[in-house]
Design a protein around this ligand. Structure first.
Ligand SMILES: [Zn+2]
Length: 116
């Protein structure tokens, strides 16, 4: 029997639900975008200020839910001052590896956003 790997590690999802306070669609999207950005950069979750995140979401409900998923996945948090909300109203981030000075911008597929 083939076992499929979950898209988001169960522990990370539980941690995110605990942090965010409820289950919703946008928060896990933030986790996935954060993980994709970390994977592209080849970096681990920030324990301190190894990463810096520019989060393009706006003040809409879904936008803020997305931002919580990004914080949990990347370790870039408002408490560590290594995430900045840009308020563009886009479900997208730019993640910067502070040491290597490499960065990647990750967004949802625009086609998905049309049908969602
Ligand atoms: Zn939510």
């Amino acid at each position: 029997m083939t076992e499929t790997k979950p898209m988001i590690d169960g522990h990370l999802l539980e941690m995110a639900i605990e942090f965010h306070g409820h289950k919703c669609p946008a928060m896990p999207l933030g986790i996935r975008v954060g993980l994709a950005a970390m994977n592209a950069l080849g970096v681990e979750r920030a324990k301190n200020k190894e990463l810096y995140c520019l989060c393009e979401t706006g003040p809409t409900h879904a936008g803020m839910c997305f931002g919580d998923g990004v914080q949990v996945a990347t370790g870039c948090t408002f408490g560590k001052a290594n995430i900045k909300g840009l308020g563009y109203g886009k479900l997208a981030i730019t993640l910067i590896d502070v040491r290597s000075k490499k960065a990647v911008r990750v967004t949802l597929n625009p086609e998905f956003q049309k049908v969602a």
